[in-house]
Design a protein around this ligand. Structure first.
Ligand code: HEC
Length: 129
């Protein structure tokens, strides 16, 4: 087996614990509106906007408080109406639910979909991009 594959396997074994610890911490800081947004985000947006495993790609861009230039109103608009490659959610969610999702996005720092351990390495391997 190639060394890089072993490294990848070890990372996969170690990272989930670190991630879920960070996640717990983050979760506690969310107000009820943001928590609702987080739940809806996980249901409807994660498929395109989060990285399901360490080495998979993403269909859409990573989202954070700086998405759409940090403009929450524009976030609500793109969530409602979609874009060229993204479906709109105005028939799925109420304006309040869409506002909750945007409020949740505003709590996300940049880099949530980065690969933390790999990024810290001097020369990060980019397994499949
Ligand atoms: C089918 C895949 C898909 C789903 C599902 C999806 N998106 Fe997107 N989204 C995209 C793509 C792709 C883009 C990039 C713009 C484009 O190419 O049309 C995007 C762009 C965005 C942007 C703009 C980012 C920026 O900085 O310009 C926001 C905000 C966003 N999505 C939020 C959401 C939210 C919130 C949900 C869930 C309610 C969601 N998306 C569901 C694919 C998706």
């Amino acid at each position: 087996m190639k060394l890089t594959l072993w490294v990848a396997l070890i990372l996969i074994a170690c990272v989930p614990e670190a991630l879920s610890a960070a996640d717990e911490h983050h979760h506690q800081q969310l107000n009820p509106k943001q928590q609702l947004g987080r739940r809806l985000f996980e249901q409807s947006c994660g498929v395109c906007h989060t990285r399901p495993t360490l080495i998979s790609g993403m269909f859409g861009p990573e989202l954070s408080k700086d998405s759409t230039g940090g403009n929450e109103e524009y976030m609500r608009e793109i969530i409602s109406n979609g874009s060229a490659r993204m479906p709109g959610f105005k028939y799925t969610y109420s304006p309040e639910q869409i506002a909750a999702i945007a409020a949740y996005l505003k709590t996300l720092p940049r880099g949530t979909q980065d690969i933390p351990t790999v990024r810290a390495a001097a020369k990060p391997p980019t397994p499949m991009q």
